[in-house]
Design a protein around this ligand. Structure first.
Ligand code: CMP
Length: 828
């Protein structure tokens, strides 16, 4: 009982320390982990000293409690690791990360192997322990903790893509290193001769199995979310349980890597649930997890550093020498990967170009963190490893972590400064003063207004305004933005702000819950691409990224082929309807962006630049409107249904907001509020259902629309319906390509196409047909035929063509005639 009380007291006290150190770390501009480790070591040393004191008893008891404070090694792994990994994965934007999947995977996995190998081989000849043990040490120290580097990168405005690369790499290298660690540990403990083949196979099973487990479990959890009906506490509880359940079942029951499973599950869950949860729900989840990771990380650091004095009791000079070798080997391994492996990737365009200064920072900033410590401590109790080997691994790994924290961690900012990476670019500097000047001017004006409203004497308001005037003069003294940076740079700046604003606007729509989550996700992804495009490629990059959304997504193309080959219509209808939704929101967002440009960017960037930005936006607007108009033209009823749905959901959200404020103000009671909420929820669920889109591909209706078939008798009509197939052509789709073999001809039931001849284009519409020439003479297609709008077509395939002509002599004659006329024109 007493033990438990001391335990609680000590943990409580340590958490107080962790909490106080956080603002201090910010103040000193040091990574939090560095301070935690320093204080942890100090407390441990202090408590060892205090142990000697006899009086007062309380102090020596507390000191004893701290000195004895040790967890079993499995606690580190079981309690802290799943939470740390899951949170790291959860916050990564997987879809953006996938764009850099190749370099991230390569860096993460290859880097871990390189580090394990280089470090193991460097240490091995200098110690008397077997190579596997040295490799084990290598795998423990192979994983880097990105928190410190990323915090600084964010501070200095490093490229977003670089930050993602570092985050992704470090998450996956944790998973890979731990998997390797376990395979090596298994080899050592089993005492068998190291068998490389078996090791590789075990590793593959571990990694592959872990990945599958992670995906399946996370998908399952994502599908449970709707059942929780928007209860934030329930959602968070589910995610808290998830990593632990996965970890234990992977490691202990399924024989696959639990860490890999947890990391993958975090990624998949994050990607799948971000748009399924309400924005406030996601923010809540994110915040809780940040807190959990903070607690876990802080405790690991302090608890591990408390063990340091004990570990270092028997340290010899030789250990110090080994540590130096280890440090050098780790730096070499990291530099090898960054300087040798990255350049070819950049050449192959698989990775963004990373400048040498950033590579140096990444090499030096490879701090080791909680994961390394947790692994190092877990070795202390591993059965089957000889005591001296255990000691060596733990001492070296812990020493190494401390070195990276105390040496690299404290000098990282200095290195960044020496490399000049902390300097704001002239562009950002100029922008900052411009933004400052504008907002200071706003403040000054509102002081003036308030003073008038409250009838303060002018002397009062002038006194308060004065310092603002001075600051405005100071920031504008360097000249206006127009004088200081070139038009081109200002355009880039403007485009970046537009992209940022676009992201916010899409998120606002998400907040209003008017648009389905998957549409929001697609728009957000595109906004991110646009942002990166503007940063790296200016206007061209911006436009190129913006056009991406016009392309047909893979799922659309798949649904289209499915319809083509099997006639199954539902998935295609769904995809067309999603496209509708996407462009609907896109148009709204563009409208708002155009206003944002004239209202906020014009005063900032000047008339000329704002005009140009306006042009870029109207270009996008035109493309989006064209896509939307094409849809509206073909499916006007559906366009209306979708707009109605949009407005209905907006109305529901407004209704809910009203109820919430009535409830908050105490005007309605809990019971009534719940009742109203349930009502809105159930109506929302109805509104959430995507209205079914009729693609209007019903064959009989299509046949009736073609005048050519009007005079046919009932039985001919029925036969016709059997051999014809309905098809949908999409705007701008090249439906027939010159030179191809002809396998079908088409009758147009609705929409319009263009036949592209060498010198002109011929438009065909409802009732016309095309593609007959190649069927008649067996030759190649004579021209391209491009759809102008969505078209519904009836397809007559070459196998049925002869039969059809024989059965319908009138039509056959007509087709013949038209084809002859056309070929005359072609020759002419
Ligand atoms: P085919 O050669 O099978 O594929 C291209 C089609 O374009 C062709 O059949 C005709 O249906 C159509 N086409 C070719 N020339 C003309 C033309 N001068 N006017 C209208 N349609 C044409």
């Amino acid at each position: 009982m007493n033990d438990l009380i001391y335990f609680i007291l000590v943990i409580g006290a340590l958490l107080v320390v962790a909490s106080v150190l956080q603002p201090l770390a910010e103040r000193l501009r040091l990574p939090h982990s560095v301070l935690l480790a320093a204080v942890g070591v100090a407390i441990a040393v202090g408590s060892v000293t205090l142990l000697q004191t006899k009086e007062p008893r309380m102090i020596s008891e507390a000191a004893a409690a701290i000195a004895d404070m040790s967890f079993s090694s499995s606690t580190y792994i079981l309690v802290f690791l799943p939470a740390l990994l899951f949170q790291a994965a959860l916050t990564i934007d997987v879809r953006r990360m996938m764009e850099d999947a190749a370099p991230i995977l390569l860096l993460a996995v290859v880097a871990v192997f390189v580090a394990t190998g280089v470090i193991g081989l460097a240490i091995w000849p200098l110690t008397g322990v077997p190579l596997v043990v040295c490799l084990l040490l290598g795998s423990i120290v192979a994983t880097t903790d990105p928190a410190a580097v990323i915090a600084i990168f964010r501070d200095i405005g490093a490229p977003a893509r670089l930050v993602r690369l570092v985050e992704g790499e470090s998450l996956l290298n944790d998973a890979a290193a731990i998997a390797i660690f376990y395979v090596l540990l298994e080899m050592i403990v089993s005492g068998d001769d190291p068998d490389l083949l078996k090791g590789a196979w075990d590793l593959a099973v571990d990694l592959g199995g872990g990945t599958i487990l992670g995906i399946v479990a996370a998908r399952l959890a994502v599908s449970v979310i709707p059942l929780l009906r928007g209860s934030r506490t329930a959602e968070v509880t589910l995610t808290l349980a998830l990593p632990y359940l996965i970890f234990v079942s992977g490691d202990h029951f399924l024989g696959v890597s639990g860490v890999v499973a947890v990391a993958v599950a975090g990624l998949v869950f994050g990607a799948g649930s971000r748009s399924r949860l309400s924005p406030s729900g996601w923010a809540y989840l994110d915040a809780v997890w940040e807190q959990v990771a903070f607690l876990a990380g802080s405790l690991v650091f302090i608890l591990a550093s408390l063990m340091v004095p004990k570990l270092l009791v028997n340290v010899s000079l030789h250990d110090g020498f080994l540590l130096l070798v280890l440090i050098a080997a780790a730096l070499v391994a990291r530099a090898l990967v960054l300087f040798l492996l990255l350049p070819p990737l950049t050449l192959l365009k698989l990775s963004a170009k990373i400048s040498n200064s950033y590579k140096l920072v990444l090499t030096w900033g490879g701090l080791r963190g909680a994961v390394t410590l947790a692994l190092a401590l877990s070795v202390t109790e591993a059965r089957g490893i000889d005591g001296e080997e255990q000691r060596l691994v733990t001492v070296l790994a812990t020493g190494f972590v401390l070195f990276t924290l105390f040496v690299n961690g404290t000098t990282l900012r200095l290195v960044i400064k020496l490399l000049g990476l902390n300097r704001l670019s002239p562009l950002n500097q100029a922008l900052r003063s411009q933004v400052l000047a504008l907002s200071l001017a706003d403040v000054r004006d509102s002081i003036q207004q308030t003073a008038v409203e409250y009838e303060f004497p002018p002397t009062v308001s002038r006194a308060i305004q004065k310092p603002y005037e001075a600051r405005i003069a100071e920031v504008t003294s360097a000249g206006s933005l127009e004088e200081r940076i070139s038009d081109r740079d200002r355009i880039t700046l403007g485009l970046i702000s537009l992209a940022n604003r676009e992201r916010q606007l899409v998120l606002e729509h998400h907040g209003l819950q008017t648009v389905p989550g998957d549409i929001i996700e697609a728009l957000l992804r595109n906004a991110g691409e646009i942002y990166d495009g503007a940063r790296t490629g200016g206007r061209i990059g911006y436009n190129r990224a913006a056009r991406k959304i016009l392309r047909l997504p893979r799922a659309f193309r798949f649904a289209y082929s499915l319809h083509r080959w099997t006639g199954v219509e539902t998935p295609l209808a769904r995809q067309v309807s999603k496209r509708f939704d996407k462009f609907l929101v896109r148009r709204l967002v563009l409208d708002e962006l155009i206003r944002f440009n004239s209202r906020s960017l014009k005063p900032l960037l000047g008339e000329r630049v704002s005009l140009l930005l306006g042009e870029v936006l109207s270009g996008r607007m035109e493309a989006s409107s064209k896509a939307l108009d094409a849809l509206e033209l073909q499916y006007p009823d559906y366009a209306e249904a979708l707009s109605q749905r949009f407005l209905r959901k907006f109305a529901l959200r407004q209704e809910m907001l009203r109820y919430e404020s009535l409830f908050d103000d105490g005007l309605i009671g809990q019971e009534l509020f719940e009742d109203l909420r349930r009502g809105v929820e159930s109506r929302r669920r109805l509104a959430d259902r995507r209205p079914k889109l009729d693609l209007k591909l019903d064959k009989v209706a299509l046949i009736a629309q073609v005048p050519l078939f009007n005079g046919l008798e009932q039985k001919d009509m029925a036969r016709l319906a059997r051999i014809l197939r309905s098809r949908l052509a999409l705007p701008d789709q090249t439906f027939i390509r010159t030179g191809d073999r002809g396998n079908a001809m088409y009758f147009i039931s609705s929409g319009a196409v263009e036949v592209v001849l060498q010198d002109r284009r011929i438009r065909l519409g409802r009732g016309d047909f095309f593609g007959e020439m190649a069927l008649l003479d067996g030759g190649p297609r004579r021209a391209d035929v491009v759809a102008l709008t969505y078209c519904t077509l009836l397809e007559l395939r070459s196998g049925d063509f002869k039969k059809f002509l024989k059965a319908n002599p009138h039509i056959s004659e007509l087709i013949d005639q038209v084809a002859k006329q056309r070929s005359v024109k072609l020759v002419a």
